[in-house]
Design a protein around this ligand. Structure first.
Ligand code: FAD
Length: 462
């Protein structure tokens, strides 16, 4: 019998596997690569990126994992607050000035200023809500964040807006993978705090690309990582857990004292058949929205206006943001070198429209829009491009989501949950919940081992 099985090789599972590496463990991943919703590939000095791209900073679980594994991350030098709308590209200046610098009808401008003040006031409140209080259990803080304005949707909070005002708010809110009527008001406000980088700080890039971290952890875990291992059922026996999976066309099973279940909530709900019914029911209520993303490698030889930007919001386009994945490279240069790496992504409703189309069609639409945003020469400079579909792109906080949290956080079986759906900070939540599950498992295993030594009896922890 193994000490622990980790199910899922995304950031949550890898973080758990890393912290349990001194125990007898295996990590089962259904895909042909580790990383889950982290996916980047190196291309010379650049990297293409299709998944998570900005990470939490000093003092976080992300920082701890990066440091322990020996991976370098740095604050992205480019501005996160670019905006391309109605033919205008804004890369600097205060966000409050944007409504006056983008051409738009007066009604939209007035609505923007009014709603901007309303959202801005709540963003400041959110920043206080999100702050960790001295001596506070992080779970208490997380519950407070979920409960913030969780009774209504963001759409209900801002009300009906004229077209341009609505278009300007939409890219920030929908980065969550939910449209404004789907996400809670508090989570929508939280997204402005995140993107404006007030208090939470998802603003670090990983040198070499995000997969440098996931592949680094997997390399350290070596042959404990089993790819193509599709877990179909996890069931308790009296003193262990049996994980059944399919690999290479065969049914297999592995028995362990504990399981860290780090698959998305939809999968966890399906495979963890004997979890306490209320926990299983809560897992079934987690909702994910889709993303479509694409990566473009370019070979332009001259400096570009967008070199100083990291994120450019793009209202009224097929994607809602352009992300300059060469930003860290730009920051390390004294002379601008040829080439670049651009990522686009389309969440929620934008993704649902694109998911029906072929990759070629998506790339054609994206390239057309990129030419409008970044300049007419963009298409000619592209040397490689590739689309990624994420049907379960991200779990979002819908009205009422906060009520599920106490149930989801309750422990008591030999199956411990981990994953980004357990909190509101994406990669940081994934890593933090992976660490936390691993810590609990290691503590239980250590107690059991000690008990066995003292009594000289076979293991009897129940
Ligand atoms: C386009 C995009 C942009 C994003 N941008 C950011 C960002 O900038 N910053 C940020 O913090 N977050 C971002 N995110 C979110 C971030 O990527 C995720 O929050 C995080 O990677 C989730 O990690 P996870 O381990 O919880 O889940 P996952 O990465 O989904 O890992 C779950 C793993 O379980 C495996 N699995 C599923 N079913 C089974 C099974 N039956 N058996 C075995 N294995 C199974 C999956 O293959 C997967 O590898 C983004 C996501 C996307 C898609």
């Amino acid at each position: 019998m193994r000490d622990a099985v980790v199910v899922g090789g995304g950031l949550a599972g890898l973080a758990a596997g890393w912290r349990l590496r001194h125990w007898d463990t295996v990590l089962l991943e259904s895909g042909s690569r580790v990383g889950g919703r982290i996916r980047s590939e190196r291309r010379g000095r650049y990297w293409l990126n299709w998944g998570g791209h900005v990470f939490a900073g000093p003092g976080t679980s992300t920082d701890a994992l990066l440091t322990e594994v020996g991976i370098t991350a740095a604050q992205v030098p480019g501005s996160l607050k670019g905006l391309a709308m109605n033919g205008k590209l804004l890369l600097e200046g205060r966000i409050e000035s944007y409504p006056f610098r983008i051409p738009m009808p007066l009604a939209s401008r007035v609505a923007l200023v009014r709603t901007g003040l309303k959202v801005g006031g709540q963003v400041l409140r959110y920043a206080r809500i999100v702050r960790q209080r001295p001596g506070e259990d992080p779970a208490v803080r997380q519950q407070r964040v979920y409960d913030f304005q969780n009774g209504r949707s963001f759409r209900d909070f801002v009300g009906d807006l004229p077209e341009d005002a609505d278009a300007l708010f939409r890219p920030t809110v929908t980065r969550s993978a939910a449209d404004p009527h789907e996400i809670s008001a508090g989570a929508g406000i939280g997204y402005f705090s995140l993107v404006w980088n007030i208090g939470q700080g998802l603003n670090r890039g990983i040198v070499g690309g995000p997969s440098t971290l996931t592949q680094g952890v997997a390399a350290a875990l070596g042959d404990r990582v089993h790819l193509g291992a599709d877990v179909v059922e996890i069931a308790h026996t009296k003193r262990s857990v049996v994980v059944r999976y399919r690999q290479d066309g065969a049914d297999r099973e592995v028995e362990a004292r504990y399981v860290v279940l780090a698959a998305p909530a939809t999968v966890s709900h399906r495979v963890a058949v004997d979890l306490p019914p209320d926990i299983r029911e809560a897992l079934g209520k987690i909702v994910y929205g889709p993303y479509v993303s694409a990566a473009f490698l370019t070979e332009e030889t001259t400096p570009q206006p967008w070199d100083t930007a990291y994120g450019i919001a793009t209202p009224k386009r097929s994607f809602n943001v352009v992300l300059n994945q060469a930003s860290l490279v730009r920051g390390s240069e004294t002379t601008r070198q040829p080439g670049s790496s651009i990522m686009t992504f389309s969440p929620a409703g934008l993704a649902r429209t694109l998911l029906e189309k072929s990759d070629e069609e998506i790339l054609r639409i994206y390239t057309g829009d990129l030419e409008q945003v970044l300049g007419s020469g963009f298409g000619d400079s592209v040397v490689e491009s590739q689309v990624q579909r994420w049907e379960t792109g991200a779990p979002y906080c819908f009205p009422g989501r906060g009520a599920l949290q106490p149930t989801l956080m309750r422990r008591g079986s030999r199956v411990l949950l981990a994953g980004d759906y357990l909190g509101t900070l994406y990669t940081e939540t994934a890593i933090q919940t992976g660490f936390s599950a691993a810590q609990e498992v290691a503590s239980l295993l250590a107690t059991e081992r000690q008990q066995r030594r003292v009594t000289g009896l076979p293991l009897v922890a129940g």
